[in-house]
Design a binder for this molecule. Structure first.
Ligand code: SF4
Ligand code: SF4
Length: 279
């Protein structure tokens, strides 16, 4: 399938791009922008924006759509939270987004490491807001609570796709468990906005997307992102359809009708795209 014109990305030529990439390299950090081959990397790096990927560049899971490698895990690096905070300081970020690979090998799923990252950023940049995009912690409420107790400004957990595609696209995850993560976060800390997102173009129908919006509205999810899936390589699932921009607008309207406060739905929307605008 040919890439439609609305997904052709203009590459801004801006010296910030190289500076951002160099700074991340100097601090030995990973970003989801690079690891997941995000199509917005040129735009975001040129604006000194990046999303940090903590706890390594290897994941214990193997989601079909994801470009992050699966394999042998490395121990956590206790210096990483301070390096994330230092990168945020040097990039002059006003909103930091931190995500991770899934660490099913760790007893707490890496939740204490997330909490340490939030606290490290707060210490260095007290006025900065922090958004965490967490894994499901295999449904562990104590792990979720550990992250919430560190007081992130936004708690994000992506559903990624519609339930019928989980076996193929997200085989080690469970749709209901992921919904429960968001529901439990809202129950434990109603003051912290919850956020989730899906990709489209993996074989789902619009009707199935509406059901996901129903489910997210029912658990009072505050922010929802919807973007086009793009195949990172030929080894990944093919794009089954390119959704037109007007259809993304329809998804946003449908989400708002259901009571979701912030709907961000467009072909190039990603979970952390322009995340600072929504806090
Ligand atoms: Fe990185 Fe998010 Fe921007 Fe993509 S949208 S480049 S993941 S900050
Ligand atoms: Fe990628 Fe997250 Fe799946 Fe790991 S759990 S393979 S990082 S999408």
């Amino acid at each position: 399938m040919r890439i439609p014109p609305w997904l052709r990305i203009k590459l801004p030529s801006n010296e910030n791009f190289a500076n951002t990439a160099e700074l991340i390299g100097d601090l030995h950090l990973n970003t989801v922008c690079q690891s997941a081959k995000c199509p917005n990397k040129w735009e975001c790096f040129s604006k000194n924006v990046a999303t940090f990927l903590v706890m390594g560049a290897i994941c214990t899971r193997n989601c079909a759509f994801c470009n992050i490698a699966s394999g042998d895990m490395e121990p956590l690096d206790p210096t990483e939270p301070a390096r994330v905070a230092e990168a945020a300081r040097r990039l002059k970020l006003r909103h930091v987004v931190i995500t991770s690979v899934t660490r099913d090998d760790l007893e707490d799923g890496g939740s204490a490491h997330f909490a340490a990252c939030i606290r490290a950023v707060r210490e260095v940049l007290p006025d900065c807001t922090v958004e965490v995009l967490i894994p499901d912690f295999q449904g562990s409420e104590p792990a979720l609570k550990t992250v919430l107790d560190a007081g992130p400004n936004v708690l994000n957990h992506n559903l990624e796709t519609v339930p019928v595609l989980y076996d193929h696209i997200r085989p080690q995850a469970d749709y209901r468990q992921s919904l429960a993560v968001l529901e439990n976060a809202k129950r434990l800390r109603p003051d912290i906005p919850t956020k989730s997102g899906i990709m489209v173009g993996l074989g789902e129908t619009d009707e199935q997307i509406m059901t996901v919006l129903d489910d997210l509205a029912a658990i009072d999810c505050d922010i929802v992102t919807i973007g086009q899936y793009m195949q990172p390589s030929r080894q990944h699932p093919m794009v089954r359809r390119y959704v037109e921009p007007e259809v993304f607008e329809m998804y946003a309207e449908e989400g708002k009708k259901r009571g979701i406060r912030h709907m961000f739905s467009a072909p190039l929307v990603r979970s952390s795209y322009n995340a600072a605008d929504f806090v």
